[in-house]
Design a protein around this ligand. Structure first.
Ligand SMILES: Cc1cc2nc3c(=O)[nH]c(=O)nc-3n(C[C@H](O)[C@H](O)[C@H](O)COP(=O)(O)O)c2cc1C
Length: 245
């Protein structure tokens, strides 16, 4: 339709990178592209921490469930939802900041998602590849200690960046009819649409170049959602000053 939409639809996560480094100017440009995203009430609540120290990288790879590319990617960034600097802003005006609201957690986390996705699109437009690393939250307490995150800052996810050394196929998404509803919610036709999509995903997994498997989408999801999802997150976030009211 146009080059930007084409680029978006060509997205696939990249987990193998060449050794080619990224110049600091490119990283700065990508950060500025991230910052250009919309931000709830202008809060600008995303802080990015670039990790270059090999020992820290190795520890973060371990925290993420031994994802080797966390240690080896040319660039590794940690996206943090950050309401700490807003305390500084309030201090400048002798205002007592009220924190801990679920709304603030939501807006700060959303800011990180929008910032990061802008950055990823900018990176992909330069021929770079990326993969998000939610695995960091497996050991979020240890990650926060390693990065010396203060109160009201938490690591939402990491991001590996670099020039692709693989060319994986694009992963098919749910049919538009399942994700776009008109006027009101209805799941009337979703079961049949998901079953048809299951076959598409099964074919994708069977035929893709690497890591082939016999798996449909609903099978994958049903295997995942019968397990607890990082139950340590709520007490951790509350300890950091989020989600208290
Ligand atoms: C917030 C977030 C966290 C993710 N965490 C990981 C991760 O820890 N490791 C990984 O290999 N992929 C991770 N992914 C990548 C997803 O698995 C991937 O985007 C999804 O399977 C769709 O594939 P695609 O990006 O190739 O289209 C993450 C994606 C997102 C958005």
């Amino acid at each position: 339709m146009n080059p930007i939409i084409d680029l978006l639809k060509q997205h696939r996560s990249i987990r193998k990178f060449t050794a080619e480094p990224l110049p600091a100017e490119v990283i700065n440009t990508l950060i500025e592209a991230g910052q250009a995203a919309a931000t709830s009430s202008f809060i600008q609540a995303c802080t990015v921490i670039q990790i270059q120290n090999p020992d820290t990288r190795a520890q973060l790879a371990e925290c993420s469930g031994h994802q080797a590319y966390v240690a080896s990617a040319p660039v590794f960034l940690v996206f943090c939802a950050d309401m700490h600097r807003h305390q500084l802003a309030c201090d400048l005006h002798q205002a007592d900041m009220l924190s801990g609201f679920t709304e603030q957690f939501l807006t700060a986390s959303l800011d990180c998602g929008l910032f990061a996705q802008n950055l990823v699109i900018a990176a992909e437009s330069l021929g770079l590849g990326a993969v998000y690393i939610g695995g960091l939250r497996n050991q979020i307490e240890r990650v926060s200690e390693l990065l010396e995150l203060p109160e009201l800052v938490y690591p939402v996810f990491g991001l590996c960046l670099g020039y692709p050394d693989q060319n994986p196929e694009v992963k098919p998404r749910l049919p538009v009819s399942v994700v776009l509803k008109q006027e009101r919610y209805s799941d009337q036709d979703d079961r049949a649409a998901i079953q048809a999509y299951d076959e598409e995903v099964r074919t994708y997994y069977r035929q893709r170049t690497g890591n082939n498997k016999e798996m449909s989408w609903s099978e994958q999801i049903s295997g995942m959602l019968v397990k607890e999802a990082r139950p340590h997150m709520l007490p951790f976030l509350q300890k950091k000053g989020f989600l208290r009211r």
